[in-house]
Design a protein around this ligand. Structure first.
Ligand code: NAD
Length: 290
């Protein structure tokens, strides 16, 4: 398949490389990042999109996605699919999809879970919003870049699934970290804490698969000085998107709101920037109730 790929950073780079490795003809564009192996460099985003059957975008946020889509949509051939894999606000996802459809194109919002490791290994999970026809056309590419693609519903449904999932993740990570800090202060051994909670009703992905305590559980960023992994500022971005969506949908999400406020303080006022989102544990360890 002829593919245009715009945004070849930490995630997009390895995703595009996997498509090229699988034999697809990939033309890429990025303002700064180098071209991954096997990807032909275009001089602009519209040039990367020209003649492609599928154009994939993997960009930092909704404003940039809207700007890139405005340039790319007029350059795309009729019937092609614009598939955005970035994590963006639901409103931007829906607006870009509407513009693409008005121009005779298919459109998908297909944010991912699995991080940089999953992008490299081709084991991402895709959460996809858009028409069944567009989903079917891009499915073979999801199979190369990931291990699972869930068609969640119409435009915006993929982003909705993503931010709801990550709101749960932010909340459970904070709960897990504050519980470890409390357990430490109560003199409970961290390994014992893990052994009990990971097999009891307090378990979660944050505890079992990504334990924030160094030396405990499977290897995680905690064992690597809290080098990301999944950076605290990306968690903050997703929590803010969840609260923006909750605001526009009139949903009451007090735990999500508190998690967003805690990560904002951690990133903007404390030492969270550039650290993994599980570095909430040393943060709580250093704090006192009074
Ligand atoms: P990144 O900053 O490494 O990559 C973004 C790329 O977009 C950069 O290379 C940048 O130069 C390029 N870019 C920006 N504006 C552009 C433009 N106008 N035209 C062309 N290229 C442009 O970010 P990333 O970690 O690859 O994340 C990309 C998206 O994936 C984000 O929306 C992020 O929230 C989401 N995501 C990231 C992770 C992760 O663990 N990194 C996990 C899941 C989802």
């Amino acid at each position: 398949m002829k593919i245009g790929f715009i945004g070849l950073g930490n995630m997009g780079g390895p995703m595009a490389a996997n498509l090229a490795k699988a034999g697809h003809e990939v033309t890429g564009f990025d303002l700064a990042a180098p071209m991954p192996e096997g990807v032909t460099k275009a001089a602009s985003a519209p040039e990367a999109a020209q003649g492609a059957e599928v154009v994939i975008t993997m960009l930092p946020n909704g404003a940039i996605l809207r700007a890139v889509a405005a340039e790319v949509i007029p350059a795309m051939q009729s019937g092609a699919v614009l598939c955005d894999c970035s994590t963006v606000d639901v409103d931007s996802a829906r607006a870009v999809a509407a513009d693409a459809q008005a121009a005779g194109l298919g459109a998908l919002d297909a944010p991912v879970s699995g991080g940089v490791g999953g992008a490299g290994a081709g084991t991402l999970t895709f959460m996809v919003g858009g028409s069944s026809a567009a989903f079917e056309k891009v499915s073979p590419l999801f199979d190369i870049m990931g291990q699972k693609a869930v068609h969640c519903g119409e435009s915006g449904a993929g982003q909705a699934a993503k931010i709801c999932n990550n709101m749960i993740l932010g909340v459970t990570m904070i709960a897990t970290c504050e519980a470890f800090a409390l357990a430490d202060k109560l003199g409970l051994d961290r390994q014992k804490m893990f052994d009990v909670v990971s097999t009891s009703s307090g378990y979660s992905w944050s505890m079992n698969a990504y334990c924030p305590a160094p030396g405990v559980g499977p290897t995680s960023p905690a064992d690597n000085g809290y080098k990301p992994g999944f950076a605290a500022e990306l968690m903050l971005k997703d929590l803010r998107l969840s609260q923006q969506a909750a605001e526009s949908a009139d949903a009451d999400t007090p735990m999500g709101e508190l998690a967003a406020a805690l990560y904002a303080r951690f990133v903007d006022e404390e030492d969270g920037k550039g650290r993994d989102f599980s570095a909430m544990l040393p943060r709580f360890e250093a704090r006192h109730r009074h």
